[in-house]
Design a protein around this ligand. Structure first.
Ligand code: GLN
Length: 194
């Protein structure tokens, strides 16, 4: 039996607490994290939606970059919107630093002004796009779970997942994306058990 996983949500800026009921409904524990000690104690990470530039500034100000990079190499990570920008190989519009753990280029605010925010139904579940990035040039071996205008919006790559939309703002728990991520984490714990 694998243990009940604990999912840590990086809580420097952005939409954090809305994930709690989804994660708990998927039979995992949820905790906001912002120190190296807290990073070490969790089984997986959510990088929440918010403003990627602000998150980057806070990561650098609190000198968390190296610790996060090391944690991301070993544990499952789900980046949401701004989080998907932080995980990208490259970032454009404008260029900015990223962890390079997902092989695509993120174009910030890539859907333009008209379509910058809207609610869309994915497999019967409402999700919110809020000034979302467009993810381009995905590597061939990525598992693309949803697209919008031909570009991926939900991707799995082994232990890592990204969504350019926010599923946590819909009040039916858990969202299919939270349920999938908790399963990825449980699988990862099982495969990496001592
Ligand atoms: N536009 C934001 C950014 O570039 C992302 C928006 C979001 O996370 N909802 O960081």
């Amino acid at each position: 039996m694998t243990k009940r996983p604990t999912i840590g949500c990086l809580a420097l800026q952005g939409c954090v607490e809305r994930h709690r009921p989804h994660i708990e409904a998927a039979f995992a524990d949820f905790t906001p994290v912002k120190t190296v000690k807290e990073f070490e104690a969790v089984d997986a990470f959510i990088l929440p939606g918010g403003e990627s530039t602000t998150m980057l500034k806070l990561i650098e100000r609190f000198e968390l970059w190296d610790a996060l990079k090391e944690q991301f190499a070993r544990k499952p990570v789900w980046g949401i919107c701004a989080g998907s920008i932080l995980m990208a190989e490259h970032v454009e519009n404008p260029e900015q630093k990223s962890f390079g753990i997902m092989p695509y280029t993120a174009i910030r605010n890539g859907y333009g002004r008209q379509l910058e925010s809207e609610i869309i139904d994915i497999d019967g579940y409402d999700v919110s796009f809020i000034r979302a990035p467009v993810l381009t040039k995905p590597a061939d071996d990525l598992e693309i779970l949803n697209t919008r205008d031909g570009e991926p919006t939900w991707i799995r790559n082994g232990k890592n997942m990204v969504t350019t939309f926010h599923p946590e703002l819909t009040f039916t728990f858990p969202s299919p994306m939270h349920a999938m991520f908790v399963n990825i984490v449980k699988e990862h714990l099982k495969n990496n058990a001592a």
